[in-house]
Design a protein around this ligand. Structure first.
Ligand code: DX5
Ligand code: ZN
Length: 217
């Protein structure tokens, strides 16, 4: 089985000790920092914005995978670049001019991702797929960490991987929400190659070991 990219979500870290969280991730086998931005409009929760991302960036030695759960994400592309984003992912459901937004992200020197909610069909990505570096499939309803994984995600991953084989073989398929050591191997077998994990990593007794276990299952 191929080794997945592991992107622990800072959302589940202790916000009073983000420097500690960054140092732990630097020393771990994590590949990326997953950074969840929520605006209280697109999702029913507010997390944090650019100043917090900049503060974490000072201590981080790995790429920032920034997941925007906000309306009108096109308004903030440059701000997130300046805050330290390396990969910028917007939601299909929040972006009526998705093609333009994706090009803008790339023009700013970032990798471009599109995320879809659990009810959104992967078929809606067909025409934008060749332009994308990454698709983030939500395996819970976005807004909160610690929710239960939705099993239909496996079908979505298989369908999307088949589409990507045809249209964009280098596509990264990232799964976000309720990922743990039980579903991770099946997700990778279904065609996912990046896994986000929040609670499973940060609420474990030994986050570094938990990351290593997810990576080397
Ligand atoms: C949810 C966020 C996720 C969240 C995952 O809206 O997009 O990245 O942090 O947390 P867990 O792994 O706890 O489901
Ligand atoms: Zn996320």
């Amino acid at each position: 089985m191929k080794t997945p990219i592991i992107a622990p979500s800072i959302l589940a870290a202790d916000f009073a000790n983000l420097q500690n969280a960054a140092e732990m991730l630097n020393e771990s086998q994590a590949d990326w920092f997953h950074i969840d931005v929520m605006d209280g409009v697109f999702v029913p929760n507010i997390s944090f914005g650019m100043p917090v991302i900049k503060a974490i960036k000072k201590h981080a030695k790995k790429p920032f995978d920034v997941h925007l759960m906000i309306t009108q994400p096109e308004r903030y592309i440059e701000d997130f670049k300046n805050a330290g984003a390396d990969i910028l992912t917007v939601h299909l459901e929040a972006s009526p001019h998705l093609h333009r937004t994706v090009q803008e992200i790339k023009n700013h020197g970032m990798k471009a991702g599109v995320s879809i909610n659990p009810h959104t069909s992967v078929e809606l990505l067909r025409d934008i797929l060749p332009d994308l570096d990454l698709v983030l499939i939500m395996s819970v309803n976005p807004g909160f960490g610690g929710q239960k994984f939705i099993e239909n995600t496996f079908n979505k991953v298989r369908t999307l991987r088949a589409m990507a084989d045809e249209l964009n073989p280098n596509l990264i398929i990232e799964i976000d929400g309720g990922v743990n050591d039980k579903n991770a191997p099946d997700l990778v077998n279904a065609g996912a190659n990046a896994l986000v994990a929040g609670s499973f990593v940060f609420k474990s007794n030994d986050p570094r070991q938990t990351i290593a276990n997810l990576k080397n299952q």
